[in-house]
Design a protein around this ligand. Structure first.
Ligand code: ARG
Length: 463
């Protein structure tokens, strides 16, 4: 609600208060209250520095720092009354501080601006999200490793174009996601290292004439150093974009895996059984067990990538330094972060609980002429045929099996020899799916021994 008095924090030159619509479009308190803890941490560090540099007295700093803790406990306890007229979290906190401690509160804003304040708060908040994403990714990777180790030698069809290609191992498939989520983890870590510089003390845009110590506040807030350019410090949001970029790629990986779980849990595939804890029923079809968690994870990429695009659009045309457009940086990032964490946790739960249907996986692996490549390779190795010719002979054998309505190992030796006279009994050795996967021993290949090596490597990395 606006009355017609001017703003108590910046209204010195204003005769009248804002229109209600102005207040509604201007206020960010509805969402930036999520930055309360970061805002208060930043202010406490700033107050301590102001006293250490002799800019304010020790007793004022002490009153400010204590008062801020009172305000924080009011916010955390849910008794704090947020005011739209006070626009944002920064002014809400400062105004309440004034009520709690009186006059010294007015000294807190010396040598800083809301511009460096919000940049600092938001960096601290995003940094926490990067840390949360890191824990979520680590938990997911651990769950995948358990699956990979248990099923290092289970055979399943490997697909290209979603058509049966070659047999692979369950462990190998799980480890493919470990690699992807491992890169997501390193992207988060890279982003964290780059964002971990303090904007505080950049003030409005130009720095300040007060003898502040930016190194001291940077250190107090766990930053590696102060940002080196005050214009840059208040006006870039690339740290949030890097987080959203890494989050988008991670969500894309989650979405692909979710898609596989949707397919795999269908009655037609039956590759996995998802737990009741991560499935839902249908209100009309009693037989249904739906993979809703996987479907929702698959859908989350939209809003996370949407946030990335939205913030890019907010930033792309802004001249230096701060513009109010940048207030639009937060909601999308909040939403993206919340949904990324939820998706990571749900995926971890699904992976932890799911059981691969070993027999069904193996049966599926053997169908669809999945060992045709092994047959061609055998022809090259044992008969000296060039690979291109071997490919051709194998194609003819596949066509023959298709005509007879059987799989490759079901063809008789004489059937095979009618296609190529050099074929011997030995060919049947390579046509089983277990032989097939066991033979793929190249580094990074699907052979159980290779999978176990990769599991061991990751366990070492995580130890
Ligand atoms: N609520 C503002 C934001 O989120 C804080 C910074 C306001 N700065 C200003 N000069 N009006 O960006």
């Amino acid at each position: 609600m606006s009355d017609n008095s001017s703003n108590q924090m910046w209204g010195g030159r204003f005769a009248a208060g804002p229109d209600a619509i102005m207040e509604a479009i201007n206020a960010s308190i509805g969402f930036d209250k999520r930055l309360a803890a970061q805002d208060i941490a930043g202010s406490r560090a700033h107050a301590a520095m102001l006293a250490a540099t002799g800019i304010i007295s020790d007793s004022d700093a002490e009153a400010i720092r204590e008062g801020l803790l009172t305000v924080l406990s009011e916010i955390e306890g849910g008794t704090f009354e947020f005011s739209t007229a006070l626009e944002d979290i920064h002014m809400n906190v400062e105004a309440r501080l004034k009520e709690v401690i009186g006059e010294p509160a007015g000294r807190l804003h010396t040598g800083r601006s809301r511009n460096d304040q919000v940049a600092t708060d938001f960096r601290l908040w995003v940094r926490d999200q990067v840390d949360a994403a890191e824990s979520g990714l680590l938990a997911l990777i651990r769950a995948l490793l358990v699956q990979a180790e248990a099923g290092a030698d289970w055979v399943m069809p490997g697909f290209t174009h979603l058509q049966t290609a070659q047999p692979v191992t369950w462990g190998h498939h799980m480890m493919a996601y470990v690699e992807m989520f491992g890169r997501d983890l390193s992207r988060m870590r890279d982003a964290r290292a780059r964002m971990n510089e303090s904007p505080l003390g950049a003030a409005a845009l130009a720095g300040t004439g007060f003898p502040i110590d930016r190194h001291m506040t940077a250190q107090a807030l766990g930053f590696d150093r102060p940002m080196a350019n005050s214009l840059d410090a208040v006006s870039d949001r690339d740290f949030a974009l890097e987080f959203l970029g890494a989050a988008s790629i991670c969500a894309m990986h989650l979405s692909r895996f979710a898609e596989e779980l949707v397919i795999w849990s269908s009655a037609q595939f039956r590759f996995v059984t998802l737990s009741d804890r991560f499935s839902t029923g249908s209100s009309i079809m009693p037989q249904k067990k739906n993979p809703d968690a996987a479907e929702l994870i698959r859908a989350k990429i939209g809003r996370i990538f949407g946030a990335n695009v939205a913030l890019m659009m907010v930033m792309k045309g802004l001249p230096l330094a701060y513009s109010k457009d940048m207030q639009e940086d937060k909601e999308q990032v909040f939403d993206a972060a919340d949904n990324l964490m939820l998706a990571l946790a749900a995926m971890e739960g699904m992976v932890r609980d799911m059981s691969g249907n070993r027999a069904q996986l193996e049966a599926a692996a053997a169908s669809g002429f999945s060992t045709a490549t092994d047959l061609a390779d055998w022809l090259v190795r044992e008969t000296g045929l060039p690979f291109r010719d071997a490919h051709h002979v194998t194609g003819a054998l596949v066509a023959l099996a298709e005509k007879k309505g059987c799989d490759l190992p079901d063809l008789s030796l004489s059937d095979m020899q009618a296609v190529n006279a050099k074929i011997t009994e030995g060919i049947f050795d390579v046509l089983t799916v277990h032989k097939s996967v066991a033979s793929r021993t190249s580094y990074g290949g699907t052979a159980p021994e290779q999978v176990r090596k990769q599991v061991a490597r990751w366990k070492e990395i995580l130890a």
